[in-house]
Design a protein around this ligand. Structure first.
Ligand SMILES: O=C(CO)[C@@H](O)[C@@H](O)COP(=O)(O)O
Length: 221
């Protein structure tokens, strides 16, 4: 199986995770993976129902969003994903969803404050808000890159649109999308009960370091 065939299988399977975790409605959302060593990405076709997605339906596009291989038009967000890959060489996966709680924070244009340890673990601070940008140019991609520059967060809430997440792999970007919606819901509920306070920055640093470098089996022999 070629690298691209393997990526088609992986990206197709990861789209099922968006449905599993309740992050998308109808055909909203998309997942992509960088093709290692190439200025290419694998992404879902635009507007195709999730139940109709298959590895063969995944398309290969260049970073400008042009179709390189496949039988469908690429996702509407292909250029945004490509811009991230072109400007963030360490990123191997990009995800976009309209998950309800994160998108509600995006609708208000308000960063999600880092007030719980789960946010420090995964995001290393607040989840920032990026500018409102229309599809059809590199504006969304530029907004993602410029907002995340200098941030530890793998998630950005594009104002009045929804979350985009990044990761070293496509699976890591999907995890960031799942955790982004989880903490968006928790922080929304907390805010309904009263004011919330951010964690002290030293605690955030310590928690983030542990989670990124020790948590789970990272220390196992
Ligand atoms: O939010 C947008 C575009 O930014 C939606 O159209 C997107 O979620 C789904 O579009 P695609 O089906 O991937 O073309």
């Amino acid at each position: 199986m070629s690298v691209i065939e393997k990526l088609r299988v992986e990206v197709c399977d990861l789209h099922r995770e968006l449905i599993r975790w309740g992050l998308v409605a109808w055909t909203a959302g998309n997942v992509s993976a960088r093709v290692p060593g190439e200025d290419l990405l694998v992404i879902k076709p635009s507007g195709v129902s999730y139940e109709d997605l298959s590895p063969e339906a995944m398309v290969v596009a260049d970073f400008s969003g042009r179709l390189v291989d496949g039988h469908h038009a690429p996702s509407s967000d292909t250029e945004a994903h490509g811009y991230v890959y072109a400007h963030m060489p360490h990123i191997g996966g990009v995800v976009h969803t309209h998950s309800p709680y994160a998108t509600a924070w995006a609708a208000r244009g308000e960063p999600i404050p880092c007030s719980i340890t789960a946010m420090a673990d995964e995001f290393g601070g607040d989840i920032p808000v990026g500018p409102f940008a229309l599809i059809g140019s590199d504006a969304i991609g530029r907004g993602i890159v410029e907002t995340l520059a200098g941030h530890r967060s793998p998630a950005v809430l594009m104002r009045q649109h929804g979350p985009f997440t990044i990761g070293a792999t496509a699976k890591a970007a999907v995890k960031a999308a799942v955790m982004c919606e989880d903490v968006a819901r928790t922080m929304h509920l907390a805010r309904q009960l009263g004011p919330v306070e951010r964690l002290p920055s030293q605690a955030v640093d310590s928690l983030h370091d542990r989670y990124q470098n020790v948590y789970g089996q990272k220390g196992a022999r």
